[in-house]
Design a protein. Structure first.
Length: 260
């Protein structure tokens, strides 16, 4: 893994990646910005939900640390997480707001350790794209990050996806980094470009920043390797076209989705 031409993953590894990819098709998130059929247009240029606003505020608090290795979970962060708990609480599991808040606080400590160890600030989501905060797409990217980091660290449960988004707020946007043209032109909500962008960015971020995960060429096909953002693009989109044709998430009813 990590070669320029990607050919070294075995069939079992690729099969596990595909299994994981299929597991996220019908995932939604409590408090996500866009509803089931909603869009992420940027008419207002502001976060479009309470969760989006809170995530943006939490990101600003993280960036206040004078040095990466000195990041602390401040009282302001705890208060923001308390407000988030009211949105992210999982009623289906009989979870209380207090339970959710404590989980977020525990996850924040794990995030703190990961952030410090990584050693650099997260990429900035520009103000003109702040509508992206708290969207399903951003949280789906965050879930990929947290799921794989939990596996790497042999943890029983992953962090809340919000902490994955804080590690790279632009993750999941179509196109490189925080550019607007590609995302505005190609983002298709529950289509192949959206799903591919979420996992491609997630797997690429993981190998680049934490030396774990399948890498950009997550299906082990293409001319570019696991460390190149060009890796896995064409084959990834083709794979997700087949998955979307198989499951039709864009036609699914609310009852078909799992909320996290």
């Amino acid at each position: 893994m990590g070669s320029w031409i990607s050919f070294d993953k075995d069939h079992e590894s690729v099969a596990k990646v595909k299994q994981y990819c299929e597991s996220v098709v019908f995932v939604q998130f409590y408090g996500q910005t866009n509803d089931l059929k909603g869009s992420t247009d940027n008419i207002t240029g502001k976060p479009k939900s309470k969760l989006g606003h809170l995530l943006s505020e939490l990101d600003k608090e993280v960036r206040k640390a004078s040095k990466i290795e000195e990041l602390e979970i401040t009282e302001s962060m705890r208060n923001i997480l308390r407000k988030m708990a009211e949105i992210r609480v999982c009623m289906a599991d009989c979870e209380t707001v207090e339970d959710c808040h404590q989980k977020l606080l525990n996850d924040a400590e794990r995030f703190q350790a990961i952030y410090r160890k990584r050693g650099h600030e997260s990429e900035v989501l520009e103000e003109k794209h702040s509508f992206y905060w708290g969207t399903r797409q951003q949280l789906l990217f965050g879930k990929v990050i947290c799921d794989w980091l939990a596996t790497q660290n042999s943890e029983k449960a992953p962090m809340d996806p919000i902490f994955g988004t804080l590690l790279n707020p632009t993750g999941g946007r179509v196109g490189p980094g925080d550019t607007g043209f590609f995302h505005d032109s190609l983002f298709d909500d529950m289509g192949p470009f959206a799903y591919h962008s979420a996992v491609h960015d997630g797997f690429g971020y993981l190998i680049t920043n934490h030396k774990t995960g399948p890498g950009y060429a997550y299906l082990n096909k293409g001319l570019f390797g696991d460390w190149s953002p060009f890796g896995g693009q064409l084959y990834g989109i083709k794979y997700w076209e087949k998955i979307c044709q198989k499951y039709h998430p864009d036609r699914a009813t609310l009852e078909q989705f799992i909320f996290l």
